[in-house]
Every structure is written in structure tokens, then in C-alpha cells.
Design a protein around this ligand. Structure first.
Ligand code: NAP
Ligand code: MG
Length: 397
């Protein structure tokens, strides 16, 4: 008997090897067991090109309407891709487009498997990272100072009020300067999305900045986080989770000694750097999931990796591949479980958790793709091919 998923899930198809895996997951793991109302959008690069990328915007709007989406990895075209796929232009990153329409924050979370030990011994539970994806050095203006002179910061109010100027530095010789900014709106949305994620996942929320040194800029981030977390105090208590602010260097030191199980909210640059550190510390990109959460609580689940192009080219040549499908499977189970929670259908949530358990147990029994076989302890005698892994999971469902 198939389980019925009550409300729609927005499905965004993608490119290359992940598109191949995507279809296998649906055909072998999901469709035999679930009746789903999927709102399908083909975000494959050719279809984005044919629709002048309108399909990406439509998909994002459908997520706003239905609340839950699941996305396959997609090509972000560069000059080489424009040529390869004969595209009209180098379309923008679909993830960037969807993120800006939803005003969302991306959270990355590793999947923990017993026989893939993390590089940091104390890490037992996943560490999720939330990166603020707006402003700071990523939207800054920079200037290479040629010689002696005065650098100033000037703000001119739009309402005709008095100008405010501050001296940055009196240069005696050449140097560099940078002007960067952030907005209260963006910081507040980020704080809200982090709080939603932490309450939804029932995990503590850590936020680190350097407010002792940056008494205005970083302190403003802290202030906004404190306010937003304060406003949800009752929800934190109800879920039994905590909000903790610490200095960023203290946060880094504590992360290396912690068990995990928290959401670490990071300013833009910290998130860029720390998410790569945490991801490699946990082993493989093939075990990293990602979810976009909007301040209104809309969700898009996906794998953190790309379209695994090199494997796709092998696949096209007819060669066997061993591509890890775990993060893509967890994108689906994440979306389906969220749908089930929102719909109040525990059997749907249960199916997702069961599928996740089977995937983990399969790896723990020694059946895994090549990327994992290289880092597993003990090393398995052989590695599974792409389809073989999915078939092994399917048999146990
Ligand atoms: P990638 O697809 O993440 O793959 C980089 C390498 O990492 C692969 O060649 C493979 O290494 C390994 N790898 C990643 N995922 C794996 C998996 N599931 N199983 C096994 N190995 C895996 O990054 P890329 O090759 O740099 O980018 C390819 C395309 O993906 C680009 O067009 C880019 O725009 C797009 N992209 C999309 C997203 C997204 O949609 N969210 C994110 C990132 C990149 P080996 O070759 O050594 O086996
Ligand atoms: Mg980075």
C-alpha cells in the first residue's frame, strides 16, 4: 500500500550525473512507496535556456506557494558551458535566483555514518552551518591607495540631513582601503531563518562575531540576533534548545572540542571559510545536505555538491560510475519529512526516517560508493557502482 503525501512538493530537476541519479531515486526508492503530488519544474540548463530562465523564477514562486521544494544540482553556466550546451547566454546561478526570491539562508548539514570517522575525534553529531549570504566583503568597494592622503567614510542622508564623515586613515604612503556594508533587513532575515532552523531541528543555535573589536558593525549583528532570539524565548524553551552568543574565535575553539549537534550561524566570510572546514572534517561532499530556509519558513532541500560532471562524461562514454547518491536521497527525505510535518501526516515522516536509516545502515554494512570506500574504516573490499548502491537500498525498503 502506497503512503499518500497530502500536499504538493515542488520538484526541481537538474543536470548531468545528478539528473541521472535523481530519476533512479524517484523510480526505485520513492514512487513504489509514495503517492505524491509533485509540481515539476525542469531546471536542466537546456530548459532554462529555452525559457530564458523564467522556469527558475516560476519554481521559486511555486515554493512560496506550496512551502516545500526539493532541488537537483544544476549547472551554473560559465563561458565553457555556454559553448558546450549552445546557450543563449551565461544564465545566473539558479540557486542564487531562488535564494534571492525566497530571501532565504542556506544551511549545510553532514550525514553521520559510523564507519566514516570525522577528522575531529570529538564530533559525534552533525554540525550544521548557516552562512549569511549577503554583504560584507562580498559586496564591498575597494581602492588601492597610491600615496599619502586622507581616506574618509562619508554618509549622505537621502532626506537632505547633514552629511556624516569619519576619517578612516591618514595615509603617509601607499596602501589599501575597503568600504563594506550590510542592511538591517538582511541581518534580521538571516537571524530569523537561523532561529526557524534551530527550532525546527531542535538544535542549539550558536552565533559568533567579533563585537569586542568591531563595536558597531559586528555589535549590530549581535544586537539583531539577541533581539530576534529574545522574541522567540518561549519557543526556545518549549523545544528545549538554547541560543548562545560567543566571540567568533571562542566559537571556533569550542567547535573543535564539541560533540556537534548545533547550528552554527556565521557571518558571510566566516560561513564561507568555516563551511568548507566543517564539510571536509566530516568526510565527503557526497554526505553533505543543504537546505534553504526563508524567514517565513519555506524550505528547499538539496545536496550540497554539484552535478558531478566528470562522472557524467564517463557515464556518457558508457563507462561504469560510482557516484554517491546519499546527499540527493537525503534531499528527498528532508523535503518529504518536512511536508509530512507541515501536513500532520506522521506516516510520511516515518517513511522518510526509515529510508534514511536504511541508507546509513547500508553504508555501515560496507556497501558504499568509491568516494566513501576511500575514507571508510574498515575499508570495504570493493566499492558499489552508482545504480548498485541504490538497488541495495531499494531491496531493503
Ligand atoms: P561537483 O559536481 O561537486 O564535483 C566535484 C568533484 O567532487 C567530483 O568530480 C567528484 O570527485 C566529487 N564529488 C562531488 N559530488 C560527488 C558525489 N555525489 N559522488 C562522488 N563524488 C562526488 O563540482 P564541479 O564538478 O566543480 O561542478 C560541476 C557542476 O556543478 C558545475 O557546472 C557547477 O556549476 C555545478 N554546481 C552546482 C551546485 C548546485 O546546484 N547546488 C553546486 C555546486 C556546483 P572525483 O571526480 O574526484 O570523483
Ligand atoms: Mg568557501
Amino acid at each position: 500500500m502506497a503512503i499518500t503525501v497530502k500536499n504538493p512538493i515542488v520538484e526541481m530537476d537538474g543536470d548531468e550525473m545528478t539528473r541521472i541519479i535523481w530519476k533512479m531515486i524517484k523510480d526505485k526508492l520513492l514512487f513504489p512507496h509514495l503517492t505524491m503530488d509533485l509540481k515539476y519544474f525542469d531546471l536542466g540548463v537546456k530548459h532554462r535556456d529555452e525559457t530564458d530562465d523564467a522556469v527558475t523564477t516560476e519554481a521559486a514562486k511555486a515554493v512560496i506557494e506550496h512551502g516545500v521544494g526539493v532541488k537537483c544540482a544544476t549547472i551554473t553556466p560559465n563561458a565553457a558551458r555556454v559553448k558546450e550546451y549552445n546557450l543563449k547566454q551565461a544564465w545566473k546561478s539558479p540557486n542564487g535566483t531562488i535564494r534571492s526570491i525566497l530571501d532565504g539562508t542556506v544551511f549545510r548539514k553532514p550525514i553521520i555514518v559510523q564507519n566514516i570517522p570525522p577528522a575531529v575525534r570529538s564530533w559525534k553529531k552533525p554540525i550544521s552551518i548557516g552562512r549569511h549570504a549577503y554583504g560584507d566583503i562580498y559586496k564591498s568597494v575597494e581602492y588601492k591607495v597610491p600615496g599619502a592622503g586622507t581616506a574618509e567614510l562619508v554618509f549622505t542622508p537621502s532626506d537632505g540631513g547633514a552629511k556624516k564623515s569619519l576619517v578612516v586613515h591618514e595615509f603617509k604612503g601607499p596602501g589599501v582601503i575597503m568600504g563594506m556594508h550590510n542592511t538591517e533587513k538582511s541581518i534580521r532575515s538571516f537571524a530569523k531563518a537561523c532561529i526557524n532552523y534551530s527550532l525546527g531541528e531542535k538544535c542549539d543555535l550558536w552565533f559568533g562575531a567579533k563585537d569586542t573589536i568591531s563595536k558597531t558593525y559586528h555589535a549590530f549583528f549581535k544586537e539583531v540576533f539577541d533581539q530576534e532570539a529574545g522574541a522567540r524565548k518561549a519557543d526556545f524553551e518549549k523545544q528545549g534548545v538554547q541560543y548562545r552568543y560567543m566571540l567568533i574565535d571562542d566559537a571556533v575553539a569550542q567547535i573543535m572540542k564539541a560533540e556537534g549537534g548545533m547550528l552554527w550561524a556565521c557571518m558571510n566570510y566566516d560561513g564561507d571559510v568555516m563551511s568548507d572546514m566543517v564539510a571536509s572534517g566530516f568526510g565527503s561532499l557526497g554526505l553533505m545536505t543543504s537546505v534553504l530556509v526563508s524567514p517565513e519558513g519555506k524550505y528547499v532541500y538539496e545536496a550540497a555538491h554539484g552535478t558531478v560532471m566528470r562522472h557524467y562524461y564517463e557515464h556518457l562514454k558508457g563507462n561504469p560510475t560510482s557516484t554517491n547518491s546519499v546527499a540527493s536521497i537525503f534531499a528527498w527525505t528532508g523535503a518529504i519529512a518536512r511536508r509530512g510535518e507541515l501536513d500532520g501526516t506522521p506516516e510520511v515522516v516515518k517513511f522518510s526516517r526509515k529510508l534514511e536509516e536504511i541508507v546509513i545502515a547500508t553504508i555501515e554494512k560496507g556497501v558504499m560508493t568509491k568516494d566513501l570506500a576511500a575514507i571508510a574504516e574498515p575499508r570495504p573490499g570493493k566499492y558499489a557502482l552508482t545504480e548498485e548502491f541504490i538497488d541495495t537500498v531499494a531491496k531493503q525498503l
